[in-house]
Design a protein around this ligand. Structure first.
Ligand SMILES: [Cu+2]
Length: 413
C-alpha cells in the first residue's frame, strides 16, 4: 500500500482490487473460479439478476467452493451498470477473510446497445479498509452503552490500490469530463468522499441511472453502495479526493488528482455541507402502490464487553429468518423498514433491484438500488417486484452484522 506498509491478504488474480470484469449485457459468460484462498469460499455477483444457484450465496443454495477446488459460474449478465463481485463467505471473528480481505473487484455490465459515453475519461475507484481489530468502542471513546459488544476498528484504508499520497495520481486535463465509478468495498464502514473545488454530478446509484442527475459536494457510500458521477475538471491544481473523515483520510482513504502542468502539495478542504439525501436524485411523485406491505424491524442484542453483538429482523436472527417472508411472482412488495438500533445498516437484496419509495417521512420514487443505507434510528421504505423466482437473500452488508444474524431469505411460493 505504501513503502514499508504491506498487508498480506487474499485477492483475485494477484491484484487488489481484482481485475475489472467488463461484460456485455445479454452475452453469456463463463467464469472459472479456482479457490486457493485456503478456506471454503464463493463469489457473489453483486447487483446482477442470476439464478440462485449461480448467485454465490450459500443461503440461496449456491455451492461453496472447497479449498483447492474450482467452480465455473455460467450466466448471462444483466442488468447493465456498475456491479461488483466479492467473497460471500462467512468470516465470523476472522478479520482477514471474506469481505475483510482483498476479494473484491468491479464488474461492469455494458449495455447491449452500446454506451452513450458523454465523458472523456473513466476512472474506477474502490474504497477498502484494512487491518481490522475487534475493539470495545466504549473503552476507546464515550458513546456506545456499556453493554455494547465488540466492533471492528481499522488501521489502514485505500481508495484505489495505495494509501493516499503513495500511488500514481489521477492525471486530468482542464475542461475534461471524468466519469468516476465509485464503490465502497469495505466490510463494515460507510464512507463520505469529497473532491475540494469540484462537484459530483450523480448519474447512477448502484449502477442504475437516477431520474434526476444532481450535482452534490459529497458522496455518501455505505458498504456495497456504488455511485457513477461526472466531474467537470474546471479548477486547476493538485487536490486530495478523499474521505471527509479526518481519521479515515489519515489512514489513507483518498487519492491525489493532479491537473496537467500543475504540481505541489495536494490541497484538502473539508466541505461545509456533508448532507446526503437519496431523494434529491428521485422524482417527486409517489411510486406505484404495492400489492403487499411487509414491516421489517432491525434490532441489536448487545453482546456486552468482550462479546459479539447479535442482530434481529422482527425479533429473529438467521437461520430462524428462513423464510423471512414469502412472495408470489409478479407482485409488488413494499418493505417498511425500521432501524431501531444505534448503528447504520446497508440493507441489501440479492437478485432484485428495489425502488426507494420513502426516506424517513419523505415519499420519493424512481431511485433504483440494490443496497440502501439505513442511518441509526431511521426508517425507509423500498418496493420490489418479485420477478426473479428462486430463494433470495436479504441482509445487512456489514460482514459482522450478517454473520451475527442480520439476514433472512425471501421465498417464492
Ligand atoms: Cu448492519
Amino acid at each position: 500500500m505504501a513503502p514499508g506498509k504491506i498487508v498480506k491478504t487474499t485477492g483475485y488474480n494477484g491484484t487488489v482490487p481484482g481485475p475489472v470484469l467488463r461484460l456485455r449485457e445479454g452475452k453469456p459468460v463463463a467464469i472459472n473460479v479456482i479457490n486457493d484462498a485456503g478456506y471454503p469460499d464463493l463469489i457473489h455477483w453483486h447487483g446482477l439478476y442470476l439464478p440462485s444457484i449461480q448467485d454465490g450465496a450459500m443461503e440461496e443454495g449456491s455451492p461453496i467452493i472447497a479449498p483447492g477446488q474450482s467452480l465455473i459460474y455460467n450466466f448471462t449478465p444483466k442488468p447493465a451498470g456498475t456491479r461488483w463481485y466479492h467473497s460471500h463467505a462467512m468470516a465470523g471473528a476472522d478479520l482477514t477473510i471474506s469481505t475483510y480481505s482483498g476479494e473484491f473487484g468491479f464488474l461492469i455490465v455494458e449495455p447491449a446497445a452500446g454506451d452513450p459515453g458523454r465523458y472523456d475519461r473513466e476512472v474506477l475507484l474502490a474504497a477498502h479498509l484494512w487491518e481490522g481489530e475487534w475493539v470495545s468502542m466504549q473503552d476507546i471513546r464515550k458513546g456506545p452503552p456499556p453493554d455494547n459488544g465488540l466492533e471492528v476498528m481499522y488501521h489502514a484504508a485505500t481508495l484505489g490500490d495505495r494509501l493516499l499520497g503513495h500511488g500514481e495520481p489521477i492525471r486530468v486535463k482542464y475542461g475534461e469530463r471524468v466519469l468516476f465509478r465509485l464503490l465502497n468495498a469495505s466490510a463494515s464502514m460507510g464512507i463520505t468522499l469529497a473532491l475540494p473545488g469540484h462537484r459530483f454530478t450523480v448519474i447512477a446509484l448502484d449502477g442504475n441511472p437516477v431520474p434526476t442527475p444532481t450535482a452534490v459536494d459529497v458522496l455518501r457510500l455505505d458498504v456495497a453502495e456504488r455511485a457513477d458521477v461526472i466531474v467537470e475538471m474546471n479548477n486547476s491544481g493538485v487536490w486530495v479526493f478523499g474521505s471527509t473523515d479526518d481519521m479515515d483520510r489519515h489512514m489513507g482513504l483518498g487519492i491525489v488528482v493532479e491537473y496537467e502542468n500543475r504540481s505541489g502539495e495536494p490541497q484538502w478542504t473539508t466541505p461545509k455541507n456533508t448532507q446526503w439525501d437519496y431523494t434529491v436524485f428521485g422524482k417527486s411523485g409517489r411510486a406505484a402502490a404495492p400489492d403487499e406491505t411487509i414491516p421489517l424491524k432491525f434490532e441489536k442484542i448487545p453482546g456486552g464487553r468482550g462479546g459479539y453483538n447479535r442482530w434481529t429482523i422482527n425479533g429473529k436472527s438467521w437461520p430462524d429468518t428462513n423464510p423471512l417472508f414469502t412472495v408470489q411472482q409478479g407482485k409488488r412488495y413494499r418493505l417498511v423498514m425500521d432501524n431501531n438500533s444505534g448503528d447504520e445498516h446497508p440493507a441489501h437484496t440479492h437478485r432484485h433491484t428495489f425502488e426507494i419509495t420513502k426516506v424517513r417521512d419523505k415519499p420519493t420514487s424512481g431511485v433504483m438500488k440494490d443496497t440502501i443505507s439505513m442511518p441509526r434510528f431511521s426508517t425507509a421504505e423500498i418496493d420490489f417486484v418479485a420477478d426473479d423466482p428462486g430463494p433470495t437473500f436479504f441482509h445487512c452488508h456489514h460482514q459482522d452484522h450478517m454473520d451475527e444474524g442480520f439476514a433472512g431469505l425471501i421465498a417464492y411460493s
